[in-house]
Write a protein that binds this ligand. Structure first.
Ligand code: RTP
Ligand code: MG
Length: 139
């Protein structure tokens, strides 16, 4: 089934110049880029985006990190691209992510001081619709 997913190149990925690398991997996989913007997320947008994590111990450091600089927000489209992009991204903790995945190849510094793992990808069809609405209200 053709799906859309919301991908973020997080501030660590952006700062390290990995945006093109992430986009290249998405395109190489055969997914299409539907919309793209560079912006520094507000705390308000992040509270919506990370609604499921509000109140968890890692929430505050996560928002600090995510609002610390520009991110690239991207809507991708393709056959089962939600699960497919999460495979490309690899495990949440970059020290456990397999080599060949974005987080396995480039992620580091887990927990010091924030949970830096290069990318975000929607985790299901409902999250994807909800998150695309937050970052791209016009879509
Ligand atoms: P994402 O949402 O960024 O694609 O990552 P995910 O689904 O693999 O991970 P999720 O559980 O949704 O967590 C969102 C982000 O919060 C940070 N995090 N830190 N235990 C921790 O310290 C912890 N757990 C999560 C990470 O930046 C993670 O990507
Ligand atoms: Mg998640």
């Amino acid at each position: 089934m053709t799906e859309r997913s919301l991908v973020l190149v997080k501030p660590d990925g952006f700062k390290r110049g990995l945006t093109g690398e992430v986009l290249a991997r998405i395109e190489r996989k055969g997914y299409r880029l539907v919309a793209l913007q560079i912006l520094t997320p507000t705390r308000e947008a992040l509270a919506e985006h990370y609604a499921e994590h509000v109140g968890k111990p890692f929430y505050e450091p996560l928002v600090e990190f995510m609002s610390s600089g520009p991110v690239t927000a991207v809507v991708i489209e393709g056959e089962q691209c939600i699960a497919g992009f999460r495979s490309l991204a690899g495990a949440t903790d970059p020290t456990k992510a397999a080599p060949g995945t974005i987080r396995g190849d480039f992620g580091r510094d887990w927990g010091t001081p924030a949970q830096e793992n290069i990318v975000h990808g929607s985790d299901g069809p409902e999250s994807a619709t909800r998150e695309i609405g937050i970052w791209f209200p016009a879509l």
